[in-house]
Ligand binder design. Structure first.
Ligand code: C2E
Ligand code: MG
Ligand code: MG
Length: 586
């Protein structure tokens, strides 16, 4: 209730008495003139006993001296003292620790000076302190929760969400902590035909399969070992072993464990894996090097028929310091734009016209000059670098195709042949990569021809058939390269959705001079025509060879006789000259 003179004095009265601390009013000498309920209760004296007594008389002698010689003069000079620790002797004789603060109002006219005193019992103070402590503790807990959240985030970054295993980054972090050298072994595990499960049963089933494989691996690998999932269906196990025999023993055990059927959506799925094993032989080899060698061995296990393990020996010729250095250079070369594409024309033998070009990669090496593919393709293939390399060649070729298409009618008619490696063929991302590359440049898929060597086809006919069918569905043309060197049977050839057979250069060489070669070339052409596809001769170097091929009914030819593989501008000039000759001849 607010009266005309300000707040209702009753409120202040109530506040004065109920405050959680002692309130007193004294005169300048410390004589108490008023005291609140709290102080009365706290000390146990009666109000009438307190009023009129000196405040210092409630204190032990030491504090009396402190109050009289320090507080009272301070109040006179500064008007205030704060938080002075004193003791109050209660009615029962017990001492109560207290903190005393006071302020003096000088008074005016009739009004004498007065001192307002606030006394906190140290008990209250402790409560405040306790609150402070609990606030601090809450802050600490919040900090701990934040740290935990950070840890969880880090866990997410380093682990694969599906299986909970460390991912590639997680594996790297773990390997960084492993000392180099000393009996370390890596098992590189790749599931066989995982794509088939995904394609036929759906991704959810594929995920279930991966989770149960992860669980089986985790359960089978000793607690000291690291089990990680690198990507898709690739897993890695790292542990220390007494020797290669122990490591391959684990590989064999894992193969058995993985063979036990897995129940997914009511179906018993039998899976198998190819495992590459690498064991540390010397102290300089880092765990990452080991993973790389195990990867190479895994590919060999695939090539040798899957569902098996292969051991990579440190002394194997494909693993040397030089080789690793070269790999590093090539990786940098791909990233830094050191690759080049040269183009070799393909000539239609019926019309004499250049209908397209084959893209052939080169590497502008920083010290060794322009290197042909024979110097680096095998290495790229074995290390997996051929995927980014191949994607670059395709992208660059289609960029060039787009340029020529804009420049002339002639350019728009050209077909572009690009070589694919075996490793690209088994890459589940291949079809999307090709589709995206075509879309990026707006090139019609019918202008693209992909060449796969006969050897690559035969390495994994089942897998190749899947990939080729998917590519065929995009509308791109397919050619079997280096035909005659891979011992493929006619039955296989008929199964693949191919458009063209490129007869290997070695047979064209002996054309005319070696009757055996002539017979082979002749029957290759007949074979191609029998299954309804084009025959192309590679490595044509003489006009005699051209004539013989024409006589045999060969459809297309390519070789130094017409042109060497040329950089884009030189090829453009060649094409222009070729077109002029054609017109002049016509
Ligand atoms: P290929 O696809 O069979 O290419 C034909 C090879 O024969 C080319 O060698 C070409 O320069 C060479 N050649 C063409 N005409 C003649 C001739 O009249 N006489 C002789 N002696 N040789 C001729 P190059 O460019 O050294 O390529 C070698 C192989 O490297 C290619 O054989 C192909 O398998 C592979 N390759 C080239 N570029 C790529 C690529 O981008 N990716 C992949 N995966 N492989 C590639
Ligand atoms: Mg080729
Ligand atoms: Mg070839």
């Amino acid at each position: 209730m607010t009266g005309p003179g300000g707040p209702d004095p009753d409120h202040f009265e109530a506040l004065f008495h109920q405050a959680p601390c002692g309130y007193l009013i004294t005169d300048d000498a410390g004589r108490i003139t008023a005291v609140n309920e709290t102080f009365v209760r706290w000390t146990g004296y009666s109000r009438s006993g307190l009023v009129g007594s000196k405040l210092q008389s409630l204190m032990p002698v030491g504090d009396q001296i402190l109050y009289s010689t320090h507080c009272i003069p301070q109040l006179g000079i500064n008007g205030a003292v704060s938080e002075i620790a004193v003791e109050i002797i209660a009615a029962d004789g017990g001492r109560r620790a207290a903190l005393l603060s006071a302020s003096r109002s000088p008074g005016s006219g009739q009004e004498p000076a007065s001192v307002r005193v606030i006394i906190f019992s140290a008990h209250e103070r402790r409560m405040y302190e306790r609150e402070l402590v609990s606030a601090l503790r809450a802050a600490e807990e919040a900090e701990a929760r934040r740290a935990q959240a950070e840890k969880e985030l880090q866990h997410l970054a380093l682990h694969d969400a599906l299986t909970g295993l460390p991912n590639r980054a997680g594996l790297k972090a773990k390997l960084d902590a492993v000392p180099a050298g000393g009996g370390l072994a890596v098992l590189f595990i790749d599931l066989d035909h995982f794509k088939a499960v995904n394609d036929s049963l759906g991704h959810a089933a594929g995920d279930d399969l991966l989770v149960s494989v992860a669980n089986r691996l985790r359960a089978a690998v000793p607690g000291t070992g690291i089990v990680a999932r690198l990507s898709g269906d690739e897993f890695v196990v790292v542990d220390s072993f007494a020797g290669s025999r122990e490591a391959t023993g684990l590989a064999a055990g894992l193969l058995e464990i993985l063979k036990t059927p897995i129940l997914i959506e009511g179906l018993e799925i039998v899976t198998s894996a190819s495992i590459g094993v690498a064991v540390n032989g010397d102290d300089d080899e880092t765990p990452e090097d080991l993973v790389r060698r195990a990867d190479i061995a895994m590919y060999r296990a695939k090539e040798l028929g899957r569902s098996r393990w292969e051991l990579h020996q440190p002394a194997e010729s494909d693993y040397t310091v030089d080789r690793l250095r070269a790999l590093g250079e090539l990786r940098r070369g791909i990233n830094d734009g050191a690759l080049r594409v040269h183009y070799q024309p393909r000539i239609d033998l019926h019309t004499g016209r250049a209908t397209g070009v084959e893209a052939l990669v080169r590497w502008q090496h920083p010290t060794r000059g322009l290197l042909p593919p024979s110097e680096f393709i095998t290495m790229a293939e074995e290390s997996g670098l051929v995927r980014p390399l191949g994607a670059w060649v395709l992208g660059e070729t289609l960029r060039q195709a787009d340029n020529w298409r804009r420049e002339s009618r002639r350019g728009a008619d050209l077909d572009f042949a690009v070589n694919l490696s075996a490793r690209q063929l088994s890459d589940p991302g291949l079809v999307t990569m090709v589709e995206d590359a075509l879309r990026l440049r707006g090139i019609d898929s019918s202008h693209l021809l992909l060449e796969i060597t006969e050897t690559a086809l035969m390495a994994d006919p089942g897998g190749a058939l899947d990939s080729l069918t998917a590519l065929k569905n995009l509308g791109v043309g397919l050619a079997v390269d280096d035909f005659g060197t891979g011992y493929s049977s006619l039955t296989y050839l008929k199964k693949f959705p191919i458009d063209e057979l490129k007869i290997d250069r070695s047979f064209i060489n002996g054309l005319g001079s070696d009757s055996g070669d002539s017979a082979i070339v002749g029957s290759c052409i007949d074979l191609a025509h029998a299954v309804g596809i084009r025959a192309v001769a590679e490595g044509v170097e003489t006009s005699g060879q051209v004539q013989t091929l024409k006589d045999m009914g060969c459809d297309l030819a390519q070789g130094f006789h017409f042109a060497r593989p040329l950089p884009a501008p030189a090829l453009k000039e060649w094409l222009d000259a070729h077109t002029r000759d054609e017109r002049a001849g016509a």
